[in-house]
Write a protein that binds this ligand. Structure first.
Ligand code: SAM
Length: 215
């Protein structure tokens, strides 16, 4: 690990708005009351990287709690630092492998889940790592409350097609979809939030895919 990454990794451990690994289990079923100290809805951003959705959604919706989840501490550092500097209290970050999410959240605890530009894992042998494979979808279904909504934004057309195929195979409720968000009438203040990776893809004139569904 480079010097800067190491520094951020050490610093992130001191942030009050970051929970790491097994420490998250203490909040299971109590993220709103124990971590955010309120009774507001809990929204997750999976594969949050630097946490642009987490931070910007929190500014738009002060009556909800937002938790960014990723396993890279040096990326989480950016979003957590911004939230501290700007005194945004309805933001937290959880550094875990998303595979362990059932250890960290109780059934029905989560109101909404965003997945932002996940690694597409195109090789067949990596399907088990794709964040929208049926095993991951089953976990999200368990922690979401009844009617809770999922959102996926991705530049990767193959990953998008794979996800829509899972939604259709499992007969889930597809609510909105577009393969070209910025040339669609879906785009609004929320869907125009741009992540670090999204900006890179847009600079290359890549179309952005978006699908919203519930279980
Ligand atoms: C391509 S980056 C996207 C980051 C951010 N959402 C963005 O758009 O800028 C994918 C992120 O997913 C995280 N990630 C991938 N698989 C994960 C897993 N199983 N558990 C936790 N984080 C994961 C990586 O650490 C990385 O930060």
């Amino acid at each position: 690990m480079g010097k800067d990454k190491l520094r951020k990794f050490a610093e992130v451990a001191t942030f009050a708005n970051v929970v790491q690994l097994d420490a998250g289990k203490a909040y299971k079923g109590q993220w709103a009351s124990k971590f955010f100290k309120n009774n507001n809805p809990v929204v997750l951003e999976l594969a949050c990287g630097k946490g642009e959705y987490t931070v910007n959604l929190a500014k738009l919706f002060p009556q909800k709690n937002f938790l960014g989840i990723d396993y890279k501490g040096n990326r989480i550092w950016r979003g957590a630092k911004t939230a501290i500097e700007e005194s945004i209290d309805n933001v937290g970050f959880l550094r875990i492998q998303i595979e362990t999410i059932l250890e960290q959240f109780a059934p029905g605890e989560v109101d909404e889940i965003w997945i932002t530009f996940p690694d597409p894992q195109p090789q067949d042998s990596r399907e088990k790592k794709r964040l929208t494979n049926p095993n991951f979808l089953a976990r999200y279904k368990e922690i979401l409350k009844e009617g809770g909504v999922m959102h996926l934004k991705t530049d990767n057309d193959g990953f998008y097609a794979y996800t829509v195929e899972q939604i259709e195979n499992l007969k889930l409720n597809k609510i909105k979809e577009t393969t070209d968000l910025y040339n669609s009438d879906l785009v609004d203040e929320v869907l125009s939030i741009k992540t670090y990776y999204e900006r890179k893809y847009l600079a290359d004139n890549k179309n952005i895919n978006y699908v919203q569904w519930s279980f």
